[in-house]
Design a protein around this ligand. Structure first.
Ligand SMILES: NC(=O)CC[C@H](N)C(=O)O
Length: 335
């Protein structure tokens, strides 16, 4: 196939993860070490990249993604914004550990100020494994970032030949290659035969259409997650509030239901000024406002379809703008 006349300029920002991992042998697929291979070696392992884009790499950090902090997100988003403001950069690919890929992608979806493509990619097998998925995933991600069809679609997550939206994608399996899915709402499309094929798009606002500006931020408001379960107690909640949490995501059972013994403590925390968002540990579906709790009386916010870890990101960013629960609730319906 003839190469396109003018290749897009794509910057690969490497952050670590299994895609940059190495194991003791070619059959080691668990128990390997993440974040050991540098960005130039990742690029050199896929000479086919040269056919689809002019690529250059930057090592932003080199960690397993479970160790990511808010500061890493701020650093990464700022770098993406600087690069995308340059006329000689057409798109960004971020190589990333898969454990928190959905969180980083959603953070960028809300804070990148450009319609140019941003694709977050990872792998489930380390670079040293037989049939490692990193090289094909990286190839597909660069192809996607260089594709005109990816412009204005928000931040994308691409593994396993599939394209998912940052807001909706989630890791559904601890270890299989097809772990990234958008249950029910569905993926956006496929990458096949050297082309991105799009079939749908999220209706929620992203990138240039959000109100969030992290350009001058060095810290984010403290927001923590309290997990719901039968026989839940208030110990974790109280500890987070005492430690200075400005917001709490309650990962309730079912439709964000509140156990009798947690409802009172959550209401007390709200009276102290802490913003409470009712989310759900279920992972699919809407947490309905005034459904399993009287949110109007309690002055709580509900998470819509965001899972707890993504609700945490939106609340952190929301709290950089307002502490008004009505305004925050609106954010959960538009982002
Ligand atoms: N498949 C992976 O990338 C997981 C490796 C590691 N736990 C990480 O998230 O960085």
């Amino acid at each position: 196939e003839a190469p396109p006349a003018k290749l897009a300029n794509i910057v690969i920002l490497a952050t670590g993860g299994t895609i940059a991992g190495s194991g003791a042998s070619s059959t080691t697929t668990v128990g390997y070490t993440s974040a050991t291979v540098g960005v130039d070696n990742l690029i050199n392992a896929v000479p086919e990249l040269k056919k689809v884009a002019n690529v250059r790499g930057e090592q932003v950090f080199q960690i397993a993604s479970e160790s990511l902090t808010n500061e890493h997100w701020l650093k990464l988003a700022k770098r993406v914004n600087v690069l995308l403001a340059q006329p000689d950069v057409d798109g960004i690919v971020i190589t990333h550990g898969t454990d928190t890929i959905e969180e980083t992608a959603y953070f960028l979806d809300l804070t990148v100020k450009s319609r140019k493509p941003v694709v977050v990619v990872g792998a489930m097998r380390p670079s040293t494994a037989i049939s490692a998925d990193g090289p094909i995933n990286l190839y597909n991600a660069v192809l996607l970032a260089a594709s005109k069809d990816a412009i204005g679609k928000g931040v994308l997550v691409s593994l396993n030949d599939q394209i998912n939206a940052a807001r909706e994608v989630t890791k559904t399996n601890t270890s299989t290659l097809d772990t990234f899915k958008t249950p029910e709402l569905g993926m956006l499309g496929y990458i096949q035969d050297n082309r991105a094929h799009f079939y749908r798009q999220s209706t929620r606002k992203n990138t240039l259409d959000t109100e969030f500006d992290i350009g001058n931020l060095d810290v984010l408001p403290q927001v923590d997650i309290v997990y719901g379960y039968a026989n839940v107690n208030r110990i974790a909640l109280d500890a987070f509030v005492t430690a200075g949490a400005k917001g709490i995501i309650y990962a309730g059972v079912g439709d964000g239901s509140l156990a009798a013994q947690i409802k009172g403590p959550l209401a007390e925390a709200r009276k102290k000024g802490v913003i409470i968002v009712r989310s759900s540990r279920v992972g699919q579906g809407i947490v309905a406002r005034n459904g399993e709790a009287n949110d109007d009386d309690l002055d709580f916010v509900t998470s819509d379809t965001l899972n707890p870890q993504k609700a945490r990101i939106l609340l952190m960013l929301g709290l950089t703008k307002t502490h008004d629960t009505k305004a925050l609730q609106t954010m959960f319906s538009i982002y």
